[in-house]
Design a protein around this ligand. Structure first.
Ligand SMILES: *[C@@H]1O[C@H](CO)[C@@H](O)[C@H](O)[C@H]1NC(C)=O
Ligand SMILES: *[C@@H]1O[C@H](CO)[C@@H](O)[C@H](O)[C@H]1NC(C)=O
Ligand SMILES: *[C@@H]1O[C@H](CO)[C@@H](O)[C@H](O)[C@H]1NC(C)=O
Length: 511
């Protein structure tokens, strides 16, 4: 009977979350290392012990077993963490992708390993674990991983039950980490020690504790040979007891065997906190249940006014831009809430939350500005505003500028942004702790005076001109262009809230 197989293909933007790195050292299965037997083995005591077996190192069985442990090693020059495989940067895709699969068939997946900077790897040896599973059915099967030794892997899963299923792949260790584990294992007789407790109950003397292990420890040693199996055990010889007084056993210490450069390989890096200067990924994030999740850093949400106010406590926030940034201002005023002084339109506007010492200011970025009749003297050029700020750790500057420039040749915009960039650079030079955030353009224009195409041109210029500077970019373009709400240059509240959350994630990146 042919049952239908529905395969649920995971959206590409969710893929990185299916990779996760498990790096608890205790979880690493330690194969027995026979190397140290070669030189340090004390001959077994002939008295009371069985005749010793053929030395293992010479046995054909050991040689055969060691063959089983063959694992590709990275090239010698690939010891830097940057060249190690990154779970986040690696990709996989279904081979012979179909909409329907049949129970009894195999599902093939091709995985391409990439390094920390996203470059494809050209050698194998990554330790991957794959499974196909249906969480709703509580069904799962392990997949087989074939290493092609060129940075690609083929994962094979048998299709054994009917229903939606998903592929999950974990990078347990990069090939570089495997090489490190192997080197540590093979160059240290053991990385943990044990304790032997020597007691002489008859004499009531003090207990003595020494180090024990499967191999002789340094200095005078007590050797114990199990009469039944011939297995050996060694402890440092106690000073006031005889070897026969060994009564108790316990675990000892975990030796510090990694240099700090090596520790990086065995540390799970939590997602980076959001910080100015971080380059945006492409895509920079995605919506899930109406919440924007950044793919470049661990974006936070501020669902309650207490959380938002907690983030902004003691801050002086200068918001300089157009009506799309005034939406942030209006959102914060209603959400926190603060007391607002000043009138609407091109500002300047001031709001305060006196209990927590929050000051919010909003003003327009200066002419050209398509606005109602306003005082010329109130319209300050953005660069001049920045020049007038001392900056500091409590100061946050967020600006946007594009919507009122779509009606001119681009050099007008470039000249304006050039001056603003210079002002930002000087602000960050005199006060490096100032937080500077740029709200990118958003979508929603559709006329000859403002079209998304014209906006995108300016937005590309803005991003390019601030690339590499210690400023944060809130990707309002992505956040407005993929949302289900109909396009509107003044997006709906749910989008504005996500934009503000992204902004606050830079102001308060968390731990
Ligand atoms: C999958 O197979 C079922 C049963 O044969 C069929 O009804 C369905 O239309 C197929 N779906 C697709 C997308 O081919
Ligand atoms: C890697 O090796 C496999 C198997 O030999 C081959 O099919 C694939 O094209 C190779 N990929 C690259 C990138 O060399
Ligand atoms: C300011 O604008 C908002 C929305 O744009 C409006 O709700 C509010 O009443 C205006 N306030 C004043 C003082 O005009």
């Amino acid at each position: 009977t042919q049952l239908c197989w529905w395969l649920w293909q995971v959206f590409c933007c969710l893929t990185p979350f299916l990779f996760c790195v498990i790096l608890t050292p205790q979880m690493i299965y330690r194969f027995l290392s026979f190397d140290h037997f070669r030189d340090k083995l004390v001959p077994p005591s002939p008295v009371g012990a069985k005749p010793g077996p053929t030395p293992l190192t010479e046995s054909p069985e050991l040689q055969a077993l060691l063959q089983l442990l063959q694992w590709p090693a990275p090239p010698e020059n690939a010891a830097a963490f940057a060249s190690s495989t990154s779970a986040e940067k690696s990709h996989y895709r279904l081979l012979q992708s179909q909409s329907n699969y049949t129970v009894g068939n195999m599902l093939l997946v091709s995985l391409e390993a990439r390094d920390q900077s996203g470059q494809p790897k050209h050698y194998g040896g990554d330790f991957l674990r794959a499974k196909l599973h249906s969480p709703e059915l509580k069904a799962s099967v392990a997949g087989t991983v074939e290493d092609h030794n060129n940075g690609t892997y083929t994962l094979t899963f048998p299709l054994l039950w009917a229903g939606a299923a998903q592929v999950s792949v974990r990078l347990i260790h990069s090939s570089e980490t495997v090489a490190l584990l192997r080197r540590i294992r093979d160059s240290h007789p053991s990385t943990v020690t044990f304790r032997g407790y020597f007691v002489d109950p008859g004499q009531g003397s003090k207990e003595e504790v020494t180090e024990c292990n499967v191999h002789p420890v340094s200095g005078p040693t007590c050797q114990y040979v199990d009469p039944g199996t011939g297995e050996r055990w060694f402890c440092a010889r106690p000073q006031h007891h005889s070897c026969n007084d060994l009564v108790y056993h316990s675990t000892g210490i975990y030796k510090n065997v990694l240099s700090s450069a090596e520790k990086v390989f065995l540390t799970t890096s939590p997602p980076l906190p959001c910080h100015p200067g971080l380059a945006l990924t492409n895509p920079s994030g995605f919506y899930y249940k109406d919440v924007w999740v950044s793919l470049g850093c661990s974006s936070r949400t501020f669902p309650t006014s207490d959380l938002a106010l907690g983030c902004l406590r003691g801050k002086i926030v200068h918001m300089i831009g157009d009506s799309t940034l005034r939406q942030w201002w209006e959102f914060l005023l209603a959400f926190i809430p603060c007391k607002s002084l000043g009138k609407n339109c091109s500002g300047p506007l001031l709001a305060v939350e006196p209990a927590q010492g929050l000051v919010l200011r909003w003003r327009a970025h200066g002419i050209p500005l398509r606005t109602a009749k306003s005082k010329m003297a109130d319209m300050h050029y953005l660069a001049n505003e920045l020049d007038a700020l001392g900056g500091g750790p409590d100061m946050v500057v967020v600006f946007t500028l594009w919507a009122h420039f779509t009606t001119f040749p681009v050099d007008v915009y470039v000249r304006r942004v050039h001056g603003i960039r210079q002002a930002v650079a000087q602000l960050l030079a005199r006060s490096p702790q100032t937080t500077v955030v740029i709200k990118s353009a958003n979508t929603g224009f559709k006329s000859v005076y403002g079209s998304d195409w014209l906006s995108l041109q300016l937005d590309n210029i803005l991003r390019a001109m601030f690339a590499g500077m210690k400023v944060a970019i809130v990707d309002a373009w992505a956040m407005t262009s993929c949302h289900y709400l109909p396009g509107n240059i003044h997006p709906g509240k749910v989008i504005v809230q996500n934009e503000v959350n992204a902004f606050l994630s830079y102001v308060c990146p968390g731990k």
